[in-house]
Design a protein around this ligand. Structure first.
Ligand code: PLP
Length: 381
């Protein structure tokens, strides 16, 4: 199996699994309990909070644990809106559905939403951002890097414009944590979402960074956990796993492990482009996360390519969602204005530090073989 779908999820690191293990059957106390079992759980959560904070240059008390990236995004946006009478949100046309669909819903519920356009390389229009921010703007929500293309947004530039207008900025950093060094202060983010399973932690664990002075109203009502912002008994094992994954991710970043990931990604891309003359890279190649490439195979259907790849042991993903039997290019590729014939055949390959050169060389052969064969059969054309 050659796993090239790490933007969907990553393999839990063995050390993460080991760190989580005691919290199922040995240290199973409720972190709110006063007895020693409870206090052991509390201590483990607070240690995890320190590791997650360190990954993004935050203070531990600024970290709120959630059930994942989706919940962190929802808490950021709904929480910020709940704390103000302002009703305008600025976001981009290419956000993950956790933000995009929420904003679409809010637009039907009395809010005004501006979806900022991107160019054909997926780059943000900063002039449009500046023009969009007004006195009624409650929040700007912009992703750090796109999950489909890997294209990185100039968040510092966005933050400067938000700060100048006194508007809080939420950054969805689910696809950059562990891939890029993140410092929330340097970035200028007031709120920032993370998800453990994108950096070799467990699924169902995430966090929202809430910077000092940010006004946020809780979305769920219950106990006093996570400073009232996320009531409910903590998932201790998952939080501990996220903490250990954050610690390891920080170590890997410091050791420069992401440079080798970028080299392998470039090798894959060059190999595929050299052997498939109808392949095109989608997105800004100069400014992407180290592990991602989305390649459009002109006139092919991504679904057919993915099935054929899977049969040969290669796991990848597509920028298309199957709706009522027909594959529609994703809202991201549509917003980029990618030619339909390329967008329909868009396949995302996403690597991790576990990906090997041998796997990439084998993947190039398989991708070339599969796509040439489908093209010869006329699939999708
Ligand atoms: N935001 C981005 C950019 C993502 O890529 C994802 C997951 O793919 C999410 C949010 C949602 O995270 P989770 O799966 O932890 O809910």
């Amino acid at each position: 199996m050659i796993y090239l779908d790490n933007n969907s999820t990553t393999r839990v690191d063995a050390a993460v699994q080991a760190a989580m293990e005691p919290f199922w059957r040995e240290q199973y106390g409720n972190a709110s309990s006063l007895h020693t079992m409870g206090q052991a759980a509390r201590h483990a959560i607070e240690t995890a909070r320190e590791h997650v904070a360190a990954l993004i240059g935050a203070k531990p008390r600024e970290i709120v644990f959630t059930s994942g990236g989706t919940e962190a995004d929802n808490l950021a946006i709904l929480g910020a809106l709940g704390a103000t009478a302002k009703r305008h949100i600025v976001t981009t046309a290419v956000e993950h559905v956790a933000v995009h669909s929420l904003c679409e819903r809010l637009a039907t519920q009395g809010h005004r939403v501006t979806f900022l356009p991107v160019d054909s390389c997926g780059r943000l229009d900063l002039a449009a951002l500046e023009a969009a921010i007004g006195d009624e703007t409650a929040l700007v929500s912009v992703m750090h890097a796109n999950n489909e293309t890997g294209v990185i947004f100039p968040v510092e530039e966005v933050a400067r414009r938000c700060a100048a207008r006194g508007v809080p900025l939420h950054v969805d950093a689910v696809q950059t944590a562990g891939k890029l060094p993140i410092d929330v202060s340097a970035l200028g983010a007031n709120l920032l979402s993370l998800s453990a399973h994108k950096f070799h932690g467990p699924k169902g664990a995430g966090a929202l960074y809430v910077g000092r002075g940010v006004r946020l109203r809780n979305c769920q009502v219950g106990g006093h956990q996570e400073r009232d912002l996320r009531p409910g008994t903590e998932n201790v094992a998952a939080i501990v796993g996220m903490g250990e994954a954050a610690r390891l991710a920080r170590e890997r970043l410091a050791a420069g492990a992401m440079r080798s990931v970028a080299e392998l990604r470039d090798r894959l891309e060059a190999g595929v482009l050299a052997s498939v003359n109808f392949a095109r890279v989608i997105g800004d190649r100069a400014n992407r996360t180290c592990n991602t490439t989305t390649i459009g195979f002109t006139a092919l259907e991504a679904e057919a390519v993915l099935i054929a790849l899977s049969e040969q042991g290669v796991c990848a993903s597509s920028g298309a969602a199957c709706s009522s039997g027909s594959l529609e290019p994703s809202h991201v590729l549509k917003a980029m204005g990618i030619d339909e014939r390329i967008a329909h055949g868009a396949v995302r390959f996403s690597l991790s530090h576990e990906t090997t050169r041998e796997e990439i060389d084998r993947a190039i052969e398989i991708v070339a073989g599969v796509t040439r064969q489908l093209a010869a059969l006329g699939v999708g054309s």
